[in-house]
Design a protein around this ligand. Structure first.
Ligand code: UD2
Length: 300
């Protein structure tokens, strides 16, 4: 690019009519902000929220967001929805799809403009692992049967959680995984992948890229449909062989992401585990699990 600042010149390639502005550079040197396959890893300080909002504003997008609240987990809904209305895709169209066995227990939370909630009744289940794993089948059907003309992107989130900071369009991509907060700065051998060959979630020792949480994932409808379809098939094969992967559908998700690399990763800012945990490079906690007594809230 040759720039002409007004001096006499025989070749005038570009004559800028306005002052030159250097683009602001968003760089973090204390964390990796790109994967070895060149997918961005989103951290605070790596994007311009005003600019990225203005780009997506022109696209009139809808973000479907799925939630499951069965049994005592309905108690988490009020905080989830109220905090989402404050921080999650603010200014964009969001349609929550809430699956529950007790529609009568859904709290009345006032939603903003262009924010919608659809409640769907599902049968109660006796094992929390079945509730957690069963999500893949329900998500697959939702995307296939209902969302085709209703949404552009989808995020599938745990409900025992709360937003504390912005979660916006910087998170959108074809296939999006979130790095598990316990495993973002540890060596691979610590990752709790499924290492038994008998399971469809098997990842050989010494392999794998990142350890992703099962509590949040998303992307385009097409990509998430493929993810949920594949994980559900693999879960069914495991069930037929009487084996359950170590971390249930989270293990299958990790296997899927190993062979189908996410196009964007979200740092643990987008899913923290315990608000009192030491944060290190995590400058802002945007979304976190809330503390819960597993023995008290789970059905078994
Ligand atoms: C981890 C994962 C979770 C899932 C699970 C599978 C993280 C941070 N979370 O969470 O996503 O992969 O392990 O082992 O990695 N639910 C109900 N009612 C119940 C039980 C569960 O609605 O009685 C739903 C609810 O939406 C909940 C989700 O299932 O958010 C996952 O269950 P969990 O949060 O109890 O599992 P947890 O904390 O071990």
């Amino acid at each position: 690019l040759l720039l002409d600042y007004g001096k006499p010149c025989c070749c005038r390639l570009i004559t800028p009519k306005h002052e030159l502005h250097s683009p602001v550079i968003f760089v973090r040197t204390d964390v990796a902000s790109v994967t070895p396959w060149l997918a961005p890893i989103v951290w605070e300080g790596t994007f311009d929220s005003t600019l990225i909002d203005s780009i997506y504003k022109q696209q009139n997008i809808t973000v479907a967001t799925t939630l499951f609240a069965l049994g005592k987990y309905t108690r988490f809904l009020k905080d989830f929805l109220e905090s989402a209305e404050e921080h999650y895709f603010v200014g964009f169209r969001v349609h929550y799809y809430l699956f529950t066995d007790q529609p009568e227990a859904i709290p009345n939370v006032k939603l903003g403009q262009e924010r919608y909630l659809t409640v769907k009744k599902v049968p109660s289940l006796n094992r929390w692992q079945d509730i957690s794993m069963g999500r893949m089948e329900i998500l697959k059907k939702l995307i296939e049967n209902e969302l085709a003309n209703e949404a552009d992107y989808i995020f599938c989130l745990d409900v025992d959680t709360k937003f504390y900071g912005r979660w916006g369009v910087e998170t959108l991509g074809h296939l999006v995984g979130v790095i598990h907060p316990w495993f973002f700065n540890v060596p691979r051998f610590i990752f709790t992948y499924e290492h038994r060959r008998e399971s469809q979630a098997y990842i050989p020792a010494g392999e794998g890229d990142y350890y992703y949480t099962g509590a949040a994932f998303g992307g385009s409808l097409k990509d998430v449909q493929n993810l949920t379809k594949t994980c559900r098939e693999q879960l069914n094969i495991d069930a037929a062989n009487s084996i359950e992967a170590i971390w249930h559908e989270e293990s299958h998700l990790n296997k899927y992401f190993f062979y189908n690399k996410p196009s964007k990763l979200l740092s643990p800012e987008y899913l923290w585990r315990d608000i009192s945990m030491s944060a290190g490079q995590v400058k802002i906690i945007r979304f976190s699990h809330v503390a819960k007594n597993n023995a008290e809230v789970r059905p078994n």
